[in-house]
Design a protein around this ligand. Structure first.
Ligand code: NIG
Ligand code: FE
Length: 411
């Protein structure tokens, strides 16, 4: 039996199957139909078109969504969704004048989360993360990436990856997994970073690869964390195991990490709050996707990724939440899209492309999600009655999504 959504005020992001990435000027184009219908069967989109061309069998189900906008679910290509407890005390420290780096130097930050996670059971971690995931789905997230990186010991990193694998089995939305032991230097390796990177390369990474625990590898390539030599060693080993890279780079300092990622054909480079002309050139000569995380800029009060510069240089741009307890304690993609418009001068069309079509490419999921395309998963959302899709980022801070459909079922 087919289900038809009829009288859709505005059906957004309709694409042909080959149309998988919007770059530069084409990011401001959001293909759409007014007064449209959308048809789904089982888990998939099977048809869409203008109401004037609509016909249905008597056995089909029709749902009238007059006055509402229909668009594909958000794709969140960068999160740290699995973590133990929260970090409100650091939030207060920052309000009182400490910076993110000051807090990390005092042993807080990522090390604080690692300490908590090491003492949390697999089941407890799963329950905490599963509740967060369900909340995000209600807000319209229809596919997600989740990183390890709060374990920082071999055992705790493997534990985190197993939790993410369990989430994958229980989640209605597709999940990609990224291995991120190189997130911070554990205290016991304080004076021996090389030995920590050795342990990643020689012990944990081989086990991750052997048991297929991750799809990608990540490194926090940043001053005070992991430098270009460390990054290269990890990316090189990961590549030998067939793991592509998605790396944290240029959050606070730009020192060649983008070029390094490009050299290793990274799938994406994420953060880019700092960006040089050479970084832009490196990206232009590659297929590596730039990913902006405006929730982190908002929360830490650091610069926003220069979206205009990226788009005006004819590159594609991706938006993601960076959901984590330290630098972005919200995974609400509606807010991420609003921030992109309000703070990064992105047009609503550009922001929606960056958080759907391009985001799917950043997770190699373009064949199944990211647009309204015949054959893709029926993962889409229906707005409340609103004037136009621009209202979604414009009237920020409120939920304008009335229904979320995942795999052809309402959530
Ligand atoms: O993407 N920058 C590195 N990792 C996270 C923050 C992690 C944390 O503070 O717990 C980020 O911002
Ligand atoms: Fe991150």
């Amino acid at each position: 039996m087919k289900t038809h959504f009829t009288h859709i005020k505005n059906l957004l992001q309709i694409r042909q199957p080959y149309d998988n990435l919007a770059s530069g000027q084409s990011m401001s184009h959001l293909p759409q139909l007014d007064n449209a219908y959308l048809s789904i069967e089982n888990e998939h989109i099977v048809d869409y078109g203008r109401m004037s061309d609509f016909s249905a069998k008597s056995s089909d189900k029709n749902i009238d969504v007059s006055g509402r906008i229909v668009l594909p679910t958000w794709i969140d290509s960068h999160t740290h969704l699995v973590y133990a407890g929260t970090r409100e005390s650091e939030f207060k420290d920052r309000i009182q004048g400490l910076s993110y780096q000051d807090i990390a130097e005092k042993g807080g930050g990522i090390l604080n989360s690692a300490e908590k996670l090491q003492h949390t059971s697999e089941e407890d971690l799963f329950q905490q993360a599963f509740a967060r995931l369900q909340n995000l789905i209600k807000l319209g997230t229809g596919a997600i990436e989740i990183k390890s990186g709060y374990g920082l010991t071999h055992e705790a990193e493997i534990k985190m990856l197993k939790v993410i694998q369990k989430l994958k089995r229980h989640s209605p939305i597709p999940i990609k997994v990224t291995y991120l032991s190189a997130h911070a230097l554990p205290i016991e390796f304080k004076n021996n970073k090389t030995a920590y990177v050795d342990s990643i390369i020689n012990k944990t990474l081989p086990e991750v690869a052997k048991h297929n625990l991750a799809d990608y590898v990540d490194v926090f390539c940043e001053k005070g964390y992991f430098d270009l030599v460390d990054t290269e060693r990890i990316l090189k080993t990961a590549k030998s195991y067939g793991l592509k890279a998605k790396i944290h780079v240029n959050q606070f300092n730009a020192f060649g990490g983008v070029q390094k990622a490009v050299d290793y054909e990274a799938l994406s480079v994420d953060h880019l709050e700092e960006l040089t002309k050479d970084d832009i050139k490196a990206l232009q000569a590659s297929k590596t996707l730039p990913v902006a995380l405006p929730g982190c800029s908002f929360f830490l009060g650091i610069p926003y990724t220069p979206a205009r510069q990226i788009i005006d240089h004819n590159l594609p741009l991706v938006l993601a939440s960076d959901f984590n307890p330290g630098s972005a304690p919200s995974g609400n993609m509606n807010f991420v899209v609003a921030l992109a418009c309000i703070k990064m001068n992105m047009l609503p069309e550009e922001a929606i492309n960056a958080a759907t079509l391009n985001a799917a490419a950043a997770l190699e999921m373009s064949s199944s999600v990211g647009s309204i395309t015949v054959g893709k998963k029926a993962n889409f959302m229906i707005s409340k009655p609103i004037n136009s899709y621009t209202f979604i980022p414009y009237a920020f801070g409120e939920n304008h999504i009335e229904q979320v459909w995942i795999n052809g079922k309402t959530i």
